[in-house]
Design a protein around this ligand. Structure first.
Ligand code: SF4
Length: 276
């Protein structure tokens, strides 16, 4: 009876191992700020708007990353690798990206797979403009990324990123299907990090259209026209008041009347944007 009482009020001893791990845990709080942050994130549930947005982001990003539909579109030899990636051996469907869409209106991802010629760029940009947001661009292979073996060639642009915002680059000539799948997973990770707070397609500002480059004697990126004009004027190669562009360009450079008109429109817009 007496022994029972004694055991009931016995002061428990602490296991030295447990004590040591507890002490090191407490010491980390004092030494490591990121440890505190990590513990708060893991163990504290905060019911705030931030938390709610974070949960919406997770769900929203999961939906997008799991159904990236690429556009059915290829340019050169890299496209063959892209096609084999979509075949049964590599099973791109497990990423939700096996549904290649024949229309840009239904596509989320433009895989620029192959050599980008100057003749093709206007069409590529037009297709990009026709894709709805959210849209992504993957540059596949050395040609699409920087011109590849044809860099500096008279007919090839040195990288599609001169015209489109590229999200992921996949190196190689050609990249293997595994490399393309890795690029796809990289894009998924990028999507995971996005939040509805700052993605451009939910912003107040309209999502800008990229001006379609004009194929003349050489390729003209219309966004560069004001800067080129300023440089030419500074060098004295151009009169301060240039002639109306339609006749000047059409006559001097031999581009069509329609192209010249489009050039004039974009020049006006660019001048309005720069306030000049
Ligand atoms: S990167 Fe190589 S494989 Fe790909 S399109 Fe260019 S030349 Fe062909």
């Amino acid at each position: 009876m007496v022994d029972d009482q004694a055991s009931r009020f016995h002061t428990p001893t602490i296991d030295p191992d447990v004590l040591e791990s507890w002490q090191s845990y407490v010491a980390r709080f004092a030494e490591d700020d990121s440890f505190i942050q990590q513990q708060v994130e893991q163990n504290v549930m905060v019911t705030t708007l931030d938390r709610a947005v974070g949960m919406v982001d997770k769900l929203y990003n999961w939906g997008r990353r799991s159904s990236i539909w690429p556009m059915q579109f290829g340019l050169a030899c890299c496209a063959i690798e892209m096609i084999s990636t979509a075949a049964s051996r590599y099973d791109i469907d497990r990423f939700g990206a096996g549904l290649f869409r024949p229309s840009p209106r239904q596509a989320d991802l433009m895989i620029v797979s192959g050599t980008v010629t100057k003749k093709m760029v206007p069409q590529i940009v037009r297709l990009w403009n026709q894709m709805p947001e959210p849209r992504y661009c993957l540059s596949m292979g050395a040609c699409a990324t920087g011109g590849g073996p044809f860099k500096e060639g008279y007919n090839v642009v040195s990288g599609i990123d001169k015209f489109l915002p590229v999200d992921v680059y996949v190196p190689g000539c050609p990249p293997t299907p595994q490399a393309l799948l890795h690029g796809l997973m990289t894009l998924q990770r990028k999507i995971d990090g996005q939040t509805i707070r700052d993605v451009s397609w939910y912003g107040r500002a309209p999502v800008g259209e990229i001006p379609i480059p004009v194929l003349g004697p050489d390729l003209v990126d219309l966004r560069t026209v004001p800067a080129l004009q300023a440089r030419a004027m500074a060098a004295g190669d151009m009169p301060a008041e240039p002639e109306p562009v339609n006749e000047a360009v059409a006559a001097d450079d031999g581009i069509s009347e329609e192209m010249a008109e489009r050039l004039a429109v974009w020049r006006e817009r660019a001048a309005g944007e720069t306030g000049s």
